[in-house]
Write a protein that binds this ligand. Structure first.
Ligand code: ADP
Ligand code: ASP
Ligand code: MG
Length: 471
């Protein structure tokens, strides 16, 4: 059986026009592939709104959470009424949506009474966005004459208990996915699966982390041995830079798995960073395409590397970061300072994005998300209490408002002069670089910059490393 999985992101299911456009794409592809598995995100903005309702319910502000829920309800109701003609099917759909909204009210009420929201509670709430959009999309496909059924991925993807960022248990997931989806496909039905959501072995709802619907579609594609995995978004494909930052950004026609993985890891929002993992083993090609410009071929991601020597494939940034410095002359030659520092960071559960230690060993600095800073500083201060009293360590401090900029490209490998061109471009734009690291793959060079300089830096490097080469 040759199967195609198609994922539609938030904007692709976020309005009546977008939904119709997406359904037309499915209709087209069913003619060609026969078996299509659809994955949908929540309507754009809904996951954020659900998080807001939970936060205000916990914070005690009843009027805000109630009005947020009313907004979520109204958006879905208006969409359904504009999308489908009056019918029994539409009434049933509205009843189903009302039930989910009622669940949301009940969840928020208990959070309000308890005065706090746990990660587990958050997942139950955010999962509602995809549960609703999958029902709407399946009903829409039916109205297009495509027999279809909504499927909650809680019965398909089994994960660990790491709420809000769960990891799938692939063997268990594979058997559930095959057992549940293959019979649906064999019956000639098109399943519309909720992106983003999953469940523990005990059946408790988890989520795969923000932007996780891309990951859902890759997991389904790998477990069903799909021929291809397509993800539809609101731009023509993976671009050489975030088009909101660099108007001259171009679509990259073909990318290797490792390049796209590096891009996603270093902040390109277009694809969730874990998406590649399940499909890389089976070599399943992934396409990134535009719902609003379906005749554009988009970007093909596969194992093939096709690079131009010296040319960068893409430039990405990660925002909202801080650089933590541990400084002191007494650190010189003392074994274990670095290990103890990072153990203290790990106890806080903070992810370290970049590390640099100066050769004099008088300082260690590393980059973490800004919201982890207070906890991390406290944890290192506790670990190093004695060294601080002895003045072996003078200062542990953080600089906020920084970003990591990464230049990615297989074409930069073993090409001399690449760094000189990158830093030359920054020098000409009079931009100061705080720290530098080269990825061990030689596919990427990352640098730390002040946030105020980041946009100009991306533009300057893009002009030098991308725009000067033929498209
Ligand atoms: P979806 O809901 O469809 O998954 P996202 O908003 O998560 O959409 O991702 C698509 C957005 O990612 C684009 O609208 C674009 O603004 C942004 N983006 C950032 N970097 C890139 C890049 N290098 N290539 C393409 N899009 C990018
Ligand atoms: N709806 C989820 C989010 O906003 C997942 C996704 O869109 O991929 O993060
Ligand atoms: Mg996304």
């Amino acid at each position: 059986m040759s199967i195609l999985t198609i994922k539609f992101g938030g904007t692709s299911v976020g309005s009546v026009d977008a939904l119709k456009q997406a359904a037309a794409i499915v209709q087209d592809q069913i003619q060609k592939w026969k078996h299509v598995v659809v994955v949908v995100s929540a309507m754009n903005g809904i996951t954020d709104a659900l998080l807001t309702s939970a936060r205000y319910a916990a914070g005690g502000d009843e009027t805000v959470y109630r009005s947020t829920i009313d907004d979520i309800h109204r958006r879905h109701q208006e969409t359904i009424r504009a999308l489908l003609p009056k019918s029994e099917g539409r009434n049933n759909l509205e009843t189903t949506i009302n039930q989910f909204i009622q669940d949301l009210r009940t969840f928020c009420h208990s959070i309000h009474v308890m005065g706090e929201v746990t990660p587990r509670g958050t997942d139950s709430i955010t999962s509602l966005g995809e549960r609703m959009s999958a029902r709407i999309f399946a009903a829409l496909l039916e109205s297009f004459g495509i027999p279809s059924i909504p499927v909650d991925a809680t019965g398909l993807i089994v994960t660990d208990e790491h709420f809000m960022d769960a990891a799938p248990l692939m063997d268990l997931s594979r058997s559930r996915i095959q057992a549940n989806l293959l019979p649906i496909l064999e019956k000639g039905l098109t399943p519309v699966v909720t992106g983003f959501i999953s469940a523990t072995q005990k059946g408790i709802t988890t989520t795969l982390g923000r932007g996780g619907s891309d990951y859902t579609s890759a997991i389904l594609g790998a477990c069903l041995d799909a021929s291809e995995v397509w993800t539809y978004t609101d731009v023509d494909g993976v671009m050489t830079a975030d088009p909101r930052l660099v108007p001259a950004a171009r679509v990259v026609p073909a990318l290797s798995y490792s390049e796209v993985a590096e891009m996603a890891y270093f902040g390109a929002k277009v694809l969730n960073p874990r998406t590649i993992r399940p499909i890389i083993e089976r070599g399943i090609p992934l396409w990134v395409k535009n719902t609003f410009n379906p005749s554009h071929p988009g970007t093909r991601v596969s194992k093939d590397i096709n690079s131009q020597p010296g040319k960068a494939t893409a430039i990405t940034t990660i925002r909202n970061l801080s650089i933590v410095n541990v400084e002191g002359r007494g650190m010189l030659g003392v074994p274990g300072i670095a290990a103890r520092t990072f153990a203290a960071v790990a106890r806080e559960g903070a992810s370290v994005l970049m590390i640099s230690q100066s050769s004099s060993e008088q300082s260690i600095c590393f980059v973490i998300p800004t919201d982890s800073v207070p906890g991390v500083l406290r944890s290192i201060e506790t670990e190093m209490a004695l060294e601080l009293i002895r003045r072996d360590i003078d200062r542990i401090w953080a600089q906020n408002d920084i970003e990591i900029l990464t230049v990615i490209g297989a074409g930069m490998r073993e090409t001399p002069g690449v760094s000189a061109r990158i830093f030359g471009a920054l020098g000409q734009a009079v931009i100061n670089v705080i720290a530098i690291a080269q990825g061990s793959s030689e596919f990427s060079i990352s640098m730390v910059l002040a946030a105020k300089d980041a946009a100009r830096a991306v533009q300057a490097i893009h002009a030098e490393m991308v725009e000067k080469s033929p498209a």
